[in-house]
Design a binder for this molecule. Structure first.
Ligand code: ADP
Ligand code: MG
Length: 252
């Protein structure tokens, strides 16, 4: 579904990503792990078009993503969340989720000309209510972000990401700042949106129990390069991974 081929990214003299390749298969939960500074977020930025690699290719459903403008990536069915929450505090929860809707303008204009905007509006409302129900935030729709716990805000962010009906979502450290209970909730939500909404997930995350529990496949990066790839079991027992990452994580 999404293929990263020999991607290299440089920031001045620093090579942040070096000849990186990985393939994310449709319907899977694929995690990308590695120490801070390994190049994980930079790779997300390449996929979403905000960072241009010096070489390499990114192919999504047979199309070269590097030719797509960053603001148009979302029309291809790719969304992401950020390391820091980016919700609007002046909008309520319903409106925040609504802000994730991507309009297919051709479709909209035809709807309006035919006087169907009312049913179109209802479709959107039903869609938002359905997602809010799925994520357990239906009773928070009229609250404002500043009134809610961090765990709930994370769910709102996920709701906003899936309201555009993406084919794949890139999550950058979604469990950062969450307690164990909230992390377990996020784990359930990922399983739900993966299975029920058939959304492929690419996950960057430091919480190893979350990664090991939900990943079909794990890719490990260190200093911009891929050092290992495999199932959770294979990665947990890979000596180099333990040396450069998992060991360090245990001591932390
Ligand atoms: N916009 C940027 N300009 C310069 N250097 C950057 C930029 N973004 C990231 N880097 C550097 O690239 C390397 C990889 O960073 P990043 O992709 O954020 O790593 P990770 O997400 O794995 O922690 C780091 O050395 C970081 O300092
Ligand atoms: Mg990062």
């Amino acid at each position: 579904m999404l293929e990263i081929k020999n991607v290299t990214v440089k920031f001045g003299g620093l090579t942040a990503v070096k000849n990186m390749s990985m393939t994310i298969e449709k319907g899977k939960i694929h995690s990308l792990i590695g120490p801070n500074g390994a190049g994980k977020t930079t790779l997300f930025n390449v996929i979403t078009g905000v960072v241009k690699p010096v070489s390499g290719e990114v192919i999504f459903q047979g199309k070269n993503l590097l030719k797509v403008k960053p603001e148009e990536i979302i029309y291809k069915g790719i969304t992401r969340t950020f390391q820091n929450l980016q919700l609007f505090n002046f909008l309520n929860v319903y409106e925040n989720i609504y802000s994730g809707i991507v309009h297919n303008f051709n479709g909209d204009i035809i709807q309006l000309i035919n006087g169907k905007s009312k049913s179109f509006e209802k479709d959107i409302r039903d869609k938002i209510l359905g997602i809010a129900e799925l994520l357990g935030i239906k009773n928070r729709l009229s609250s404002y972000p500043t009134q809610l716990s961090y765990g709930i805000l994370k769910r709102i962010e996920i709701a906003r990401a899936i309201v555009s009906e993406p084919k794949i979502i890139l999550f950058d450290e979604p469990a950062a700042g969450l307690n164990t209970e909230e992390t377990n909730e996020i784990e359930d939500i990922f399983k739900l949106i993966n299975k029920k909404r058939e959304i492929t997930i690419l996950l960057v995350e430091h919480d190893m129990s979350l990664v090991m529990n939900i990943s079909d496949k794990i890719t490990v990066m260190s200093f911009g390069e891929k050092i290992a790839e495999g199932t959770p079991d294979e990665i947990a027992n890979n000596e180099e991974v333990i040396k450069v990452y998992l060991g360090e994580n245990e001591n932390a």
